[in-house]
Design a protein around this ligand. Structure first.
Ligand SMILES: *Cc1c(COP(=O)(O)O)cnc(C)c1O
Length: 370
C-alpha cells in the first residue's frame, strides 16, 4: 500500500544526518531552549526572510502566541475560515477571542475576500469588534493576501498568516509568512517541514513582538523566574530543533520534488478535477487535492489498487460537534466549505515517493478518471 503521507520515509531518507543531530542534542546535556533551538530559529528566519522567528510547542500554540502578542483576547473577534484544520479556530478560542468563520473561494479553497469585506463592514449581531484576520494558505497555496490585507487594513484589523501547510510557498515572488504582522508554522511530522514529534514556530519582522512571544512561551519570563506577562508553557525542545535544522537544509529540494509529483499527477487528472493554481503564486503541495463528486467510489478503487488517499477535511469546523450552532458565520453560511468537504480527495504526497510509485498512481488515475 502506498500511504497518503509517510513521515517514516522522511526519516529514513535522512537517517544519517538526523541520527547525528539527535546524538548531538543528547550529548549536549541541555534539552530545552538551548543552542539548537536558537540556531534553528535564526536559520529558519534567515531562510524565510523575516527578522525573527520564535519556536514553540506546536502550530496551534504558534497561533496562540501570535494572537496574544498582537493583543487579541477576550472582547475581540477574529475572522478566519471554516475549511481548515480545527486548530486554527481552536487557537482563537484558546486566547478567549470569538471566531467568525468566512467561507472559501471554491477554486482555491482559501478565504473569500469579498465575504470578509462584507463581514468587516456589517459584522453579525452580537459579535465583538473584529480585531484580527487569519487567512490560511491551505494545501500549500497562497490565500488572496492582497485583497484580504486591504480589507483588514480598512477596518484596522491585524492579519496573521496561518502558514502551517505553506512552508516555502510564494506570492508575487515573496515567501508566504513575510507579508503580515506575524505568521505561524506547524512543524508536525507530515508538514512540508516536519519534526519527528511536535513543534511550531512564529515569524515576525518586529523584534519587540518576537521578544514578547519568547516571553509568553515560557511563563511570561523575560529573565529567569520573573514573569512580566501572563505566559504559557510552549517550548520547542532541543532534540526536535536539531532534527529540524537537518531537515530545513532539504526543504527547498523537498518542495521541488512535491511540485514535480504534482506535475505528474496533473498530466493524469482531467483538467476539471485538478487543483487550481493562483496567478502569481507558487504552490508547495502540502496536499494535492482533487475535487470529485463521486469521491467514495474513486477512493475505494484507489485503495483496491494499493493507493492510499486522504480527506482534508471531512467536516468543516462550523459543522463539527464542538462548534456547530455556536460559532458565528458570514452570510454564505459556510456553504462552499461544506461542499468542498464532501468532494475533496488528497493523493499520496511526500518527497520520498518513488518515480515507480508515482507512475503506478498516474496509470491508475488514467483508468479511473477518463
Ligand atoms: C497542522 C495545522 C495547524 C496546527 O498545527 P499543530 O502543530 O498540529 O498544532 C494549524 N493550522 C493548519 C492550517 C494546520 O494544517
Amino acid at each position: 500500500m502506498i500511504p497518503q503521507a509517510n513521515p517514516g520515509a522522511g526519516y529514513r531518507a535522512l537517517k544519517g544526518e538526523i541520527d547525528a543531530a539527535v546524538a548531538r542534542a543528547l550529548e549536549s546535556g541541555w534539552y530545552i531552549l538551548g543552542s539548537e533551538g536558537r540556531a534553528f530559529e535564526s536559520e529558519f528566519a534567515h531562510w524565510l526572510g523575516t527578522a525573527r522567528a520564535v519556536g514553540c510547542g506546536n502550530g496551534t500554540d504558534a497561533l496562540v502566541l501570535a494572537l496574544r502578542a498582537l493583543g487579541i483576547g477576550p472582547g475581540c473577534a477574529v475572522a478566519t475560515v471554516s475549511h481548515t484544520a480545527v486548530a486554527t479556530v481552536a487557537a482563537v478560542e484558546m486566547v478567549g477571542a470569538t471566531p467568525v468563520l468566512i467561507d472559501i473561494d471554491p477554486a482555491h479553497y482559501t478565504m473569500d475576500p469579498l465575504e470578509l469585506a462584507g463581514v468587516l463592514a456589517h459584522p453579525p449581531a452580537g459579535l465583538p469588534p473584529i480585531k484580527a484576520v487569519i487567512p490560511v494558505h491551505l494545501y500549500g497555496q497562497a490565500a488572496d493576501l492582497p485583497a484580504i490585507m486591504a480589507a483588514a487594513a480598512a477596518h484596522g484589523a491585524v492579519v496573521i498568516e496561518d502558514c502551517a501547510q505553506a512552508h516555502g510557498a510564494t506570492l508575487d515572488g515573496r515567501k508566504l509568512g513575510t507579508f503580515t504582522e506575524a505568521a505561524t508554522f506547524s512543524l508536525y511530522p507530515t508538514k512540508n517541514l516536519g519534526a519527528l514529534g511536535d513543534g511550531g514556530i512564529v515569524a515576525t519582522q518586529d523584534a519587540a513582538r518576537a521578544d514578547l512571544m519568547a516571553a509568553l512561551r515560557q511563563y511570561g519570563w523575560r529573565s529567569h523566574y520573573i514573569s512580566t506577562e501572563q505566559g504559557i508553557n510552549s517550548r520547542l525542545d532541543e532534540i526536535q530543533a536539531a532534527i529540524l535544522r537537518a531537515k530545513l537544509a532539504h526543504l527547498d529540494a523537498h518542495n521541488a520534488r512535491r511540485q514535480a509529483i504534482a506535475a505528474a499527477y496533473d498530466a493524469a487528472v482531467p483538467a476539471g478535477l485538478r487543483p487550481a493554481r493562483r496567478a502569481g503564486a507558487s504552490h508547495v503541495f502540502h496536499q494535492y487535492v482533487m475535487r470529485l463528486p463521486e469521491r467514495g467510489r474513486i477512493q475505494q478503487a484507489l485503495r483496491d489498487a494499493g493507493i492510499g488517499s486522504g480527506i482534508h477535511y471531512p467536516v468543516p469546523v462550523h459543522l463539527q460537534p464542538a462548534y456547530q450552532g455556536r460559532v458565528a458565520l458570514g452570510p454564505a453560511g459556510g456553504a462552499e466549505s461544506a461542499r468542498a468537504c464532501a468532494e475533496v480527495l488528497s493523493l499520496p504526497m511526500y518527497p520520498e515517493l518513488t518515480d515507480a510509485e508515482v507512475g503506478h498512481i498516474c496509470a491508475t488515475l488514467r483508468i479511473l478518471l477518463p
